[in-house]
Design a protein around this ligand. Sequence first.
Ligand SMILES: Cc1ncc(COP(=O)(O)O)c(C=O)c1O
Length: 399
Amino acid sequence: MNNLSQLAEDQYCSLNYEHLPITITKGKGIYLFDDRDSRYFDFLSGYSVVNQGHCHPRLIEVAIQQLQKLTLCSRSFYNDQLGLFSEYICNLLGYDRVLPMNTGAEATETAIKLARKYAYEIKNVPSGQAKIVVMHNNFMGRTMGSISGSTDYYSYHNFGPLLPGFVSIPFNDVFAVKNLLQDPTVCAIIIEPIQGEAGVFVPDEGYLTRVRQLCTEAKVLMIADEIQSGMGRSGKFLACDYEEVKPDLLLLGKAITGGVTALSVVLGSDGIISLLQPGMHGSTYGGNPLTCAIALEAIKVIIEEKLAENAFKVGEIFRDEMAKTLNGKIKAIRGRGLLNAIAFDESIDTTHICHQLMHNGILAKPTRNNAVRFTPPLIINPEQMASAMEIIYNVLATK
Ligand SMILES: Cc1ncc(COP(=O)(O)O)c(C=O)c1O
């Protein structure tokens, strides 16, 4: 039945993903199960979505309750969940307002639109000249706005004409930021506090703090894309928390609903978020009561089950132990919390490594810069991590 699904997907579905040859039928906690009921450690977590673990009972329970009451009614009416979710997340993270969308890319698009409105209506940038600073190797999603700021060839090639107004600088380079912010037409800088898709790059200590200071001085919006690094993944609730930096706009998505439904949000001050008035922006599914009820519970699970703290602790164990595998071919272990990657010499085929890991019971995928990313659900405990590391260690020992 599921192999039939695999064949049908190959024949009828789009080809824009490279698969591992496995059909998943079930997920529970840190594990995925295939159509033969074989169990795997999930070290992809749906690209850092199921931080709370697969089918977390609290999320499923809330989803079932809400599914039986109301799933969607449009923001043209109030619903009895969106306000509660908005109040909770704004108070938790210290923002005035939240703008709900669905995917991470839509949150990025929203931030680009807000930054341009800010440029023309608050910073008085001459019409049509607003610039947004992005980082080399960023990943902001797959929409036209998101790819227009991309430096990855496959992401933007033959999709032009691209959106103008992006300037790209190296990540982790304070001087590049300082230079560019002297340009009065720059209205915003979009930054992943830890670059995920790029191969998990953590900036030097003090970098985020300096970017924050420079943005404040130049009246440039600091936009933190924590769609991947947020929600406890980095070992703090936000990766920006490592330097106690508060961005002007904060983008969250992925794990905000623990993988049950899609939700992304843009958080900011009243002055910025309110630049978007009726008729200027929206989303049919954005802020629907089903996703809001689930998101509220999903955030509470992260906090009450101390998942960021667990990610911090188990992540350190992972990096310390895996550092022992370093050799000429295995170049670096990078990361924070449970957002980690092992980077390999160019001679190593990372896809082959992921196939070997799969045959030994771990699901992981390559990411850019010849690395494999290791991002299990944040509920993984040290003993489970030890078992997984033994498998990884054995696979890497043959390299
Ligand atoms: C940092 C970052 N921003 C944006 C996105 C896009 O999110 P989505 O795939 O939900 O559109 C991603 C997805 O991986 C991401 O890692």
